[in-house]
Design a protein around this ligand. Structure first.
Ligand code: ATP
Ligand code: MG
Length: 662
């Protein structure tokens, strides 16, 4: 089974929508049948103006209604939505709910140290957002200016984002695990005059010297005039009186109200850099109206969020997932969002599940890397917790291997939850392919069907010709603009056109390979750049990796092509083992070769199998195959940008291991 002639194998059992969603104990799903989904989807594609007008008016509050729904095209790269409409995102996410129900909890803040959860009501959130907005105004910032946010996962990070949005400032959040030079590069690129940060961060009881990193970064950012510092740990940090301002001192002086500044739907909201899985990160620019609408309605329909729900997304706010599903989506729906500061294994690997138990979380959203890591550590951690509050559990960031999907479904969901495997990108702003809990039968490993308004096309990678019908594999493209798509790459519109719109004219090019199966379900096959070509057979990384992870010994796997004189490329597989595996390396390798031959076919037999302790990953937890590919090709001296690597120290060991084998 290669990606050209993939068939649907026995692993693809279909999981119908969970009956517990319909037995009256849970709120009735917003979309409660496949027919309803199909009808709405059809309308969204065939009558987009009517569909999006309704969505925009039903779900958002506009200070000035729009008369024009959309303009521009993918050919021209001048897409705009709701252009003459005006709104304020912080009003939509905070004031709406603070006015209606001030005591409702906006954030549950679960600090690094367990047992200290804090609840923030919408009233408190509004007051704090307003105070920070007033501080930013006092710094002389005006609509259109950019502010960099480099903060731990604490409510004040979200407050900072919302305070920017309240004034029409453009925020650029940088994940607080990045080094000083990566931070400086992003601050410079975005042209920020102000950085908001904290004294220190805490993750898994480890102290992160956040402010010290900012101090170092600012040395090469001459434009930065002010650094606003939130006191998180209270430890002594260097303080430059001419430049630095304490958050608590500055906010104490400000009144807890600040009028929201109405902005155009097309005014920029934020600039955010992609994870850097495939090379140098791109500064993706999102605007106000379309982005908020995308985040809001995907949160509503894909997670099926209802009043009273407690939603938990474990992504850091430094990534798009944190933007759309920790902050903007859930708050725009008036839900309660959990802000989790720690790591899944601190103080022990039951942390996530205890969190669910304690806060009665109804939707839980995390990444395959976390699911695989927890699966690796054994079931006892999850088995002992009460997870009965959960209805929907989600996955994002990488293809989820069917084996990991099943573990999530059975162990975390107890066979009683809908698993939503959500495919999307920083660039798409919100989910583009994902199941809807009450409507879409799920297949483990498939992101299932497109979200409303997303007109997916599968293209032949070489000719760009559209592959019509079902049972096809090619590159994933989108044929029509959608509201939450990126508008440009910050300061480099040409790069935007060249990367996304020019490769296949008339389409948005996502850079991922995809299969549309016989039933029209989409299976993301991995990055287009990662496809392996063995004797003319194109194999997807996701498929071979999923075959490897079926082995009870394997925790994670990454496959890449290595140069081969006979076959062009040969399969080189890197694997990490689960805890407590007693088989020898030779036994494991033999078993894996047999498993891949059986699951896919002899063509996919790994020629080289390397057992490692750790795989190279981005700071958001995605495997970087590009680095493995270079290392096996003997080009370890040409790795390109490795600043997005979460643990650069693994490179040395990896290179030694590969050199010993290849
Ligand atoms: P860069 O663009 O800088 O290389 P990146 O693509 O990792 O980094 P993100 O925008 O964070 O940056 O990630 C989007 C990518 O993540 C998608 O293009 C896809 O490859 C992968 N992805 C996200 N969700 C899923 C999913 N549910 N299934 C499969 N792949 C996914
Ligand atoms: Mg990308």
């Amino acid at each position: 089974m290669t990606i050209e002639n993939m068939n649907v194998s026995e692993e693809n059992t279909v999981y119908p929508p969970n009956p517990a969603l319909f037995n009256g104990t849970a709120p009735k799903p917003w979309i409660s049948s496949l027919e309803q989904y199909r009808e709405m989807y059809k309308e969204s594609i065939e009558q987009p103006d009517a569909f999006w007008t309704r969505m925009a008016l039903d779900n958002l509050s506009w200070s000035r209604p729009f008369t024009k729904v959309r303009q521009g095209s993918l050919d021209e790269g001048d897409v705009a939505w709701f252009v003459d409409g005006e709104l304020n995102i912080s009003y939509n996410c905070v004031d709406r709910w603070a006015e209606a129900d001030p005591e409702r909890v906006a954030f549950v803040y679960e600090a690094d140290e367990p047992g200290n959860a804090q609840k923030w009501t919408y009233r408190r959130l509004l007051q704090e957002v307003c105070r920070v907005s007033n501080v930013l105004t006092s710094f002389g910032l005006r609509k259109g200016d950019t502010v960099a946010i480099y903060m731990p996962m604490i409510p004040e990070a979200a407050v900072s984002m919302l305070a920017c949005a309240r004034l029409g400032l453009v925020h650029t959040v940088v994940f607080a695990g990045f080094s000083a030079s990566s931070l400086a590069e992003r601050v410079q690129d975005a042209g920020s005059r102000v950085i908001i940060t904290a004294d220190e961060g805490l993750r898994g009881s480890k102290i992160i010297k956040t402010k010290a990193i900012v101090d170092e970064a600012v040395q090469s950012c001459p434009k930065v005039e002010r650094v606003l510092v939130f006191r998180r740990t209270g430890n002594e940090v260097a303080f430059n009186k001419d430049r630095d301002v304490w958050w608590h001192e500055a906010t104490d002086k400000q009144r807890p109200y600040c009028p929201p500044v109405p902005v155009s739907a097309e005014d920029p909201l934020f600039l955010l850099y992609t994870s850097g899985s495939t090379g140098k990160p791109k500064g993706v620019l999102h605007t106000t109206g379309g982005y908020l609408l995308g985040a809001t309605i995907t949160a509503k329909y894909v997670f099926d969020i209802h009043a009273g729900d407690v939603f938990c997304c474990t992504a850091d706010i430094g990534w798009i997932t944190g933007h759309s599903y920790v902050v903007y989506g859930p708050l725009s729906l008036g839900a309660t969002s959990v802000i989790f500061e720690s790591v899944p294994t601190y103080p022990d690997p039951s942390r996530y599940w205890k969190l669910v138990e304690e806060h009665k979380i109804t939707q839980f959203y995390t990444a395959p890397t976390a699911i695989r890591a927890l699966r690796r550590l054994g079931d006892s951690w999850v088995d002992k917790c009460d997870l009965s509050s959960l209805r929907v559990i989600g996955s994002v960031g990488e293809p989820i291997n069917p084996e990991a999907w099943l573990w999530y479904y059975n162990k975390v969901g107890r066979g009683n939850c809908s698993v939503v495997d959500t495919y999307w990108q920083t660039e798409t702003g919100s989910h583009v392919i994902a199941p809807l809990p009450g409507a879409t039968p799920a297949k483990p490993g498939s992101a299932t069907l497109p979200f409303f308004g997303i007109d997916v096309a599968v293209l032949d990678p070489l000719t760009g010709k559209e592959l019509e019908g079902n049972g096809v594999t090619g590159v994933l493209a989108i044929r029509k603009p959608w509201p939450s798509m990126l508008r440009t790459v910050g300061g480099d519109h040409k790069r935007f056109l060249d990367t996304y719109l020019k490769p296949y004219p008339g389409h948005y090019f996502a850079g991922d390979g995809v299969t549309r199966d016989e039933e029209g379900y989409y299976w993301i096959r991995g990055r287009v750049d990662d496809v392996i070509n063995v004797s003319g057979h194109r194999l997807s990384t996701a498929e071979v990796e999923s075959a490897l992870i079926l082995s009870p010994s394997v925790a994670e796997s990454a496959v890449v092509g290595s140069p081969d004189e006979v076959t062009g490329q040969a399969i080189c597989a890197f694997i990490t083992l689960k805890d407590g595996v007693s088989a020898t390396e030779e036994e494991v390798k033999k078993e894996l070769v047999a498993a891949v031959r059986k699951q896919i076919g002899p063509i996919a037999t790994p020629k080289i199998l390397i057992i490692v302790d750790d795989l190279p990953k981005t700071r958001s937890g995605k495997i970087i195959r590009r680095i493995l590919r270079k290392v096996v090709a003997g080009e370890a001296d040409q790795l390109g940008d490795v600043s997005t690597l979460s643990d650069p120290s693994i490179l040395k060991v990896l290179i030694e291991k590969v050199n010993a084998v290849v």
